[in-house]
Ligand binder design. Structure first.
Ligand code: HEM
Ligand code: HEM
Length: 211
């Protein structure tokens, strides 16, 4: 379950009641933070190198694939706010949260809010499709990668289909990233906190009235 500002993070050493304002608690463990910023770098390297730098493109794509395997595992066994059970909510809750943003009175969450959680699932799903289609097209066109030459004989039709899928999901991910960063900025403004900084140092402020 997602933790709202009305609760402290039990794991945090400074999460004791009755202390001064703007106390900080650790929300994002180091692996989540390394995952995030590595994903950002590898995604943009892959996105902008597909043409002339296919080797670099493929290496960056493999990094994305490895990061996805890590994050999907960490979502099951990782720290409290990294787990899917902490931030994946039913569509009804996501919708109610989105309406509360427009109404200017959204609840603050210590972990990902319901809309952020839905966006993370969309981003991870889209990236899984990008990397799988990338591995398939690499086998078809270059007879290389984990699938080797096993798909080198497929028809031009299927080659085109996979290429289109790879391109489509790459661009779809970019569109999702745009809304993701917009959501981060809106939430930062509405709650007067710096969520980007939190994804760097792992910490978020806990207001005094949370005690
Ligand atoms: C420079 C642009 C970016 C910024 C400033 C940014 C910022 C953030 C922030 C602040 C969070 C935490 C949100 C929260 O507090 O609930 C987050 C989470 C996340 N972002 Fe980004 N992001 C950026 C680009 C990207 C890109 C390019 C991707 C993927 C292609 C991405 C994927 C994710 C994922 C998967 C999470 C969830 C982290 C986790 O729980 O493991 N972000 N991002
Ligand atoms: C997040 C990771 C990735 C992103 C964002 C990405 C993005 C792209 C984009 C935008 C294109 C150009 C599509 C076109 O104009 O036809 C492309 C082409 C390509 N990608 Fe990826 N890709 C990723 C991962 C991978 C991986 C893991 C592989 C292989 C192991 C791969 C192999 C290829 C190949 C072979 C092409 C050339 C296809 C053609 O002939 O047009 N990609 N990729």
């Amino acid at each position: 379950m997602n933790t709202s500002i009305t609760k402290f993070d039990d794991d945090a050493p400074d999460a004791q009641q009755g202390q001064v304002q703007q106390k900080q608690v650790t929300v994002w463990d180091p692996l989540v933070r390394i995952f995030h910023w590595s994903l950002v770098s590898a995604f943009f390297i892959a996105y902008f190198t597909e043409d002339d730098l296919l080797d670099l493109h493929v290496y960056a794509g493999y990094v994305v694939a490895g990061l996805l395997v890590f994050r999907l595992t960490w979502g099951l066994v990782g720290s409290r706010h990294a787990r899917f059970t902490d931030f994946v909510k039913r569509p009804r809750e996501v919708w109610a949260y989105l309406k509360s943003i427009v109404g200017q009175h959204p609840r603050r969450y210590l972990g990902h809010n319901p809309a952020g959680g839905a966006m993370i699932i969309a981003l991870l799903s889209s990236l899984v499709l990008v990397t799988i289609s990338g591995i398939v097209i690499y086998s078809i066109e270059e007879s290389a990668g984990p699938l080797g030459a096993s798909l080198s004989g497929v028809s031009e039709f299927w080659e085109d289909v996979v290429e289109e899928l790879h391109e489509f999901f790459s661009n779809a991910t970019l569109v999702l990233v745009f809304f993701h960063v917009t959501g981060v900025l809106i939430a930062s403004l509405q709650h007067k906190e710096n969520l980007v900084k939190s994804m760097v140092n792992g910490r978020k402020p806990v207001e005094d009235d949370a005690a």
